[in-house]
Design a protein around this ligand. Structure first.
Ligand code: ADP
Ligand code: MG
Length: 872
C-alpha cells in the first residue's frame, strides 16, 4: 500500500466510523453514504483497487436500503476489513493476493479442504483462532468447536458465538429464518416482466454511466436466446467485480425501462455448471440469522460446506422402523434440507422431522418427570369432610360446580401416598383462592403445614388476609404428627417464651393479619402467617420460629419462602399462585422444603390445551371454566385517541361515584418517536392538566418491589382515585372498588396480557369497564382488540391469540424453564399428539431409556432439557 493509498483508506475508514457512531442514520454526508462512496471511489485513485477496499465497499452495497441493524453490521464488517490493511507491514506481497471474492462458490465436494480458501502467510494464520489444534472439517466430530475447523476465519467464529453457535452441531441447528424463492430460471427471451426470475448468461458488456448520485453500472448479460441489462445504482465497485467474459447468475425482479426489459439491482453470483452449487441465486435461498461480523453470503457459503460434510455423518436417535412408521425424514437429511431445501415439499418434510424431535424430547422429559414424581412417597391425607363442610358453611357464597369438581380432584390426589402435582387453571376471577384454601385446610386438618407462594408482596398479603378471614374460624381438630417440633411448645403459653418487646411485636403482626392471639393459639382456628422480604428482622425471626416449631399452620409469602432460613416443621402442601412468574426451579425449591409435599400450581393465564401439554405436561390439570354467578360482565370498548376527552368524562363520573380507575401505558422506549405517552408523561398530564382536583398515583417498572407494593397498597386503601401504571400492574391484585381500566396503546400488548389487565376490574359489585385506546390500522391488531370486545372468555382469547401471533407473543415473555421451540409450531396439535404417542410407546418399553438403542435418544433428551432450564 502506497502512502497515498494509505491516506485515502484512512479518510474512508474515519468516515465509516463516524457514520457508525452516529447510529447508522446515513446523515454524516450530505447526499448519503452511497453517494459519498461513489465520489470517494472516483477520487481515491489506486486505493480503490486494493482487494480489502473492494471487499469493504462490497459490504456496503445497498446501504441506503438496509435496516439499521444491517447497516451496523455492514459498517462493522467494512471497518474491520479496512483495519486489516494496517495490521501488517504496508508492503507485504500478500496484500496483492486477491482474497476470495464473496461471489466465488466453494469447489464441489470441498469438504476436505479448509473451509475458507486462504493462503498460508503469517498474516493470514494470525487471523485464525489462536492456539487451537485445527483439522479439516471431515475429521472433526459434531461437538467440535468451530475454531477447530482448519482455516476458519476468526471473525466468523466470533460472530457465531454472539449468536450462541459454538460447535458444529450448533451450526447445523442454526436454522434459516426464511427462504427467498428465486428458482424460476429462464432463458433470456422467456423472461416475464414483473416476475422474480433467475437467468444465467455470459457478461458481454460492463459500463459505468453518469457520476455522483446518478452513477450506475450497466451490465449486459447474454445467452443463446438474447441479452438483457442489469442496472446497479450507485455501486461503482460492481464494475470491478463483474468482468466481461464471466458467466454469472442473476436473480431478481424483471422490470422495463424505455421499452426494454432489465434487472434492477439483482442478486448475483459467479456461475459454475453444477446446479447444486448455486447458493445465492436460482434456488430457495436460505436467509440465516446474522449478527455483527457475519455477512450473508459468507455465512451461507460456510454453512453449505459444513452441512455438505457433516449432515451425512449425523447419527439418528430414532431407528429406521420408527421413522418409517411416523413418516419422518432421517435426521441428517432433514438437517441438510432445512438449510438448503431442494423444494417446498422437502422443506416441509424437514420442518416436520425437526419439529417432531422437539415435541418428542419435551414429551419424554415431562413423562419421565411425572413418573419419577409419582414414584415418590408422600403423605396420604385423610380427607376430613366435616371440616370441609364447615368451610363451606362459612363461605359467603356457594361453590361453583367447577370449583367443586376441582376440589374433588385435588382431594383424591391428596388421599394417595404419592405426591400431588396438579395445575389449577382458571381465568381471572374464577375463584381459585378458595379452592386452594380448601386444600390447605385439609393439610392442617391432617396435622401438616401448608405454604402459599405468590409473586409479589401485596399478593402474598392479600392471600394471607383471605386465608385468615376464611380459615381462622374453621375449627380444626389438632392432630399431632411425630415431626411437629414439640407439643410442649404448643401447650405452653407462648408469650412467656418471648421478651416483652418481641411479644408486643408478634401481637402486632397477629393484629395486622386480623387474628386474635387467644383464638389463634387456642388450638382451634387455623393459624396463618405472612412471610415477605420486607418484614423487620424481629418479626421475621418470630415467623420463622413459628414455622419451624409448627405453631404456624399456614404461611403465605413471596420468594422469601424459598430462602434457606425457612424450615418447616412438617410441610405437607405447597400452593404456587400465578405460576407463570415462577420457574420450574423455584417450584422445586419450595417443594424441597418438605419431604415430598403435595403441590398445587395455580395459573390465571389461560393456556390452550396443546400448550398445556408441552409446558405442564408433568402436571395433572384441573380447570375452573365457570365464573362465579352474579358477576357483572365487564363492558369492553375500543376507542380512538381522538376520543380521549370522552374517556376522561367517564373517569370523572366513576370517581365522583366513589370508584377508582386504572390507566395503563405501554412501555415506551425513549428512542421511539411514536406518539405514545409514557406512564410518567401520562401521570403528569392527568394529575396536572386533566384531573388536578383528583388523587393520581404513578406505578412504573423503575420503582423497587417495595415502592411498588407501597403504591399498590395506598391505592387499595383508596388513598388515590386514579392509578397510572405500566405493565407491572398485571398480576392478580384485587381492588374491588376499581371499576374502570383504560389501556393506552392497547395494540402494543398481547391478548393474554390485555385480558389480565381487564381482570383487574369487575371484582366487586359495580358495573365495570375496560377501555382500549388504539389508533392502529394493523389488521391483526384490529382483530385482537375486536376479539377482546366480543368475549371475556380467557380461553377463547388464548386460542385466538395463538392463531394470530404464535405462542411467544401470547406469553409476552418466554416461560421460564420452558423449552424453546425453534421448529415445532405450538399450534400443531397433530404433530404433538404423534410425538406424545411415540414417547409413550418408547417409555412403555424402556422407562429410563436404558437400552443401548436408546442411548443417543437419552442423551438428546437430557441435553435438550439442560439447555432449556439453563436459558430459562
Ligand atoms: P382468582 O381465580 O382470580 O384468583 P379469586 O380467588 O381472587 O379469583 O376470586 C375472585 C373473587 O370471587 C373473590 O372475591 C372471591 O371471594 C369470589 N368468589 C370465589 N368463588 C366464588 C363463588 N363460588 N361465588 C361467588 N363469589 C366467589
Ligand atoms: Mg388469584
Amino acid at each position: 500500500m502506497t502512502e497515498a493509498e494509505r491516506q485515502q483508506v484512512i479518510v474512508l475508514g474515519r468516515l465509516l466510523a463516524a457514520e457508525r457512531r452516529d447510529g447508522c442514520a446515513d446523515r454524516v454526508t450530505t447526499d448519503g453514504l452511497v453517494a459519498y462512496l461513489n465520489q470517494w471511489s472516483a477520487a481515491a485513485g489506486s486505493a480503490v483497487r486494493l482487494p480489502a477496499v473492494q471487499r469493504a465497499l462490497g459490504c456496503l452495497i445497498g446501504y441506503d436500503g438496509m435496516t439499521l441493524v444491517e447497516r451496523d453490521q455492514a459498517l462493522a464488517e467494512a471497518i474491520e476489513v479496512l483495519r486489516s490493511l494496517f495490521r501488517t507491514a504496508p508492503t507485504t506481497p500478500v496484500e496483492t493476493t486477491v482474497p476470495p471474492s464473496p461471489a466465488v462458490n466453494p469447489a464441489p465436494n470441498a469438504g476436505h479442504v479448509p473451509v475458507t480458501k486462504r493462503n498460508t502467510s503469517a498474516r493470514q494464520s494470525r487471523k485464525r483462532a489462536a492456539n487451537v489444534d485445527q483439522r479439516p472439517l471431515a475429521e472433526l466430530n459434531l461437538d467440535a468447536p468451530l475454531e477447530q475447523i482448519a482455516g476458519i476465519d476468526r471473525r466468523l467464529v466470533g460472530g457465531f458465538r454472539r449468536l450462541g453457535v459454538r460447535t458444529i452441531r450448533d451450526l447445523l441447528y442454526h436454522f434459516p429464518r426464511r427462504y427467498d424463492d428465486v428458482r424460476n430460471r429462464r432463458s433470456i427471451s422467456e423472461l416475464q416482466v414483473g416476475a422474480e426470475e433467475t437467468v444465467i448468461g455470459e457478461v458481454t458488456d460492463v459500463r459505468t454511466i453518469g457520476a455522483g448520485p446518478k452513477l450506475r453500472v450497466r451490465v449486459e448479460v447474454s445467452d443463446e436466446t438474447g441479452s438483457i441489462e442489469a442496472i446497479f445504482f450507485n455501486q461503482r465497485w460492481i464494475a470491478q467485480q463483474i468482468r466481461v467474459g464471466q458467466t454469472i447468475a442473476l436473480s431478481g425482479k424483471v422490470t422495463t425501462f424505455g421499452g426494454k426489459r432489465q434487472f434492477s439491482s439483482p442478486r448475483w453470483e459467479r456461475y459454475t455448471p453444477d446446479p447444486e452449487a448455486l447458493l445465492h441465486t436460482g434456488r430457495l435461498v436460505p436467509i440465516h440469522p446474522l449478527t455483527q461480523g457475519l455477512h450473508e453470503n459468507q455465512v451461507r457459503r460456510f454453512i453449505k460446506q459444513v452441512v455438505d460434510t457433516m449432515a451425512p455423518q449425523v447419527e439418528d436417535h430414532l431407528p429406521p422402523v420408527r421413522l418409517q412408521h411416523a413418516r419422518l425424514l432421517p435426521l441428517g437429511e432433514a438437517l441438510a434440507q432445512i438449510h438448503f431445501p431442494t423444494d417446498h415439499t422437502s422443506l416441509a418434510a424437514a420442518r416436520r422431522r425437526l419439529g417432531f424431535d422437539e415435541f418428542l424430547f419435551i414429551q419424554i422429559g415431562v413423562l419421565q418427570r411425572k413418573r419419577l414424581w409419582q414414584q415418590e412417597i408422600s403423605y396420604a391425607f385423610t380427607i376430613d369432610m366435616q371440616v370441609h363442610a364447615e368451610l363451606q358453611r362459612l363461605l359467603p357464597f356457594q361453590l361453583t360446580a367447577a370449583q367443586q369438581r376441582a376440589i374433588e380432584e385435588i382431594f383424591s390426589d391428596l388421599r394417595r401416598p404419592s405426591p400431588m402435582a396438579r395445575l389449577l387453571q382458571g381465568d381471572v376471577g374464577s375463584g381459585k383462592t378458595v379452592v386452594a384454601a380448601a386444600a390447605l385446610l385439609q393439610a392442617v386438618a391432617n396435622g401438616f403445614q401448608g405454604a402459599l407462594m405468590a409473586p409479589t408482596e401485596i399478593l402474598a398479603e392479600q392471600h394471607a388476609k383471605n386465608l385468615k378471614q376464611l380459615l381462622s374460624r374453621v375449627r380444626v381438630p389438632r392432630k399431632t404428627t411425630s415431626a411437629t417440633a414439640s407439643s410442649a411448645y404448643q401447650q405452653a403459653d407462648w408469650r412467656s417464651l418471648l421478651d416483652p418487646e418481641e411479644a408486643a411485636q408478634l401481637a402486632e403482626i397477629v393484629s395486622i393479619l386480623g387474628m386474635s392471639p387467644e383464638e389463634d393459639m387456642g388450638g382451634h382456628g387455623v393459624r396463618v402467617a405472612l412471610l415477605t422480604g420486607s418484614l423487620g428482622t424481629r418479626e421475621r425471626r418470630r415467623v420463622l420460629e413459628g414455622i419451624a416449631r409448627g405453631e404456624i399452620d399456614l404461611v403465605a409469602g413471596t420468594h422469601a419462602l424459598i430462602t434457606e432460613t425457612v424450615q418447616f416443621a412438617q410441610l405437607g402442601l405447597v400452593v404456587v399462585d400465578e405460576q407463570h412468574r415462577f420457574g420450574v426451579e423455584q417450584r422445586l425449591r419450595l417443594k424441597n422444603k418438605g419431604y415430598n409435599p403435595h403441590m398445587l400450581v395455580m395459573t390465571a393465564t389461560p393456556i390452550p390445551r396443546t400448550l398445556t401439554m408441552t409446558i405442564y405436561g408433568d402436571l395433572d390439570v384441573s380447570v375452573l371454566n365457570e365464573r362465579p354467578p352474579g358477576r357483572q360482565e365487564i363492558r369492553t370498548k375500543r376507542v380512538g385517541r381522538a376520543e380521549r376527552a370522552k374517556v376522561y368524562r367517564h373517569i370523572r363520573k366513576q370517581v365522583a361515584g366513589g370508584r377508582q380507575v386504572y390507566v395503563i401505558c405501554p412501555l415506551v422506549e425513549e428512542s421511539e418517536k411514536l406518539d405514545l405517552p409514557s406512564a410518567e408523561e401520562m401521570y403528569e398530564r392527568l394529575q396536572h392538566e386533566v384531573f388536578p382536583d383528583l388523587r393520581v398515583a404513578l406505578l412504573h417498572g423503575k420503582l423497587s418491589a417495595r415502592e411498588k407494593d407501597d403504591v399498590m397498597r395506598a391505592f387499595r386503601d383508596h388513598q388515590y382515585d386514579i392509578l397510572v401504571a405500566t405493565a407491572v400492574i398485571e398480576v392478580g391484585i384485587d381492588v374491588p372498588n376499581a371499576t374502570t381500566i383504560v389501556i393506552e396503546g392497547a395494540e402494543r400488548f398481547g391478548l393474554a396480557q390485555l385480558h389480565q389487565f381487564r381482570g383487574r376490574v369487575g371484582r366487586g359489585h359495580h358495573q365495570s369497564y375496560c377501555i382500549l385506546i388504539s389508533d392502529s390500522d394493523n389488521q391483526q391488531s384490529k382483530e385482537r382488540l375486536a376479539a377482546l370486545e366480543q368475549t371475556t372468555d380467557g380461553f377463547k382469547l388464548a386460542e385466538v391469540d395463538l392463531q394470530l401471533r404464535g405462542p411467544g407473543e401470547f406469553f409476552g415473555t418466554r416461560q421460564s424453564g420452558t423449552p424453546d421451540l425453534k421448529m415445532a409450531q405450538q399450534g400443531d396439535t397433530r404433530l404433538l399428539a404423534e410425538a406424545r404417542a411415540l414417547a409413550d410407546a418408547i417409555l412403555a418399553d424402556d422407562p429410563e431409556l436404558k437400552r443401548p438403542e436408546h442411548d443417543l435418544l437419552r442423551r438428546k433428551v437430557n441435553d435438550f432439557w439442560a439447555a432449556a432450564t439453563q436459558s430459562g
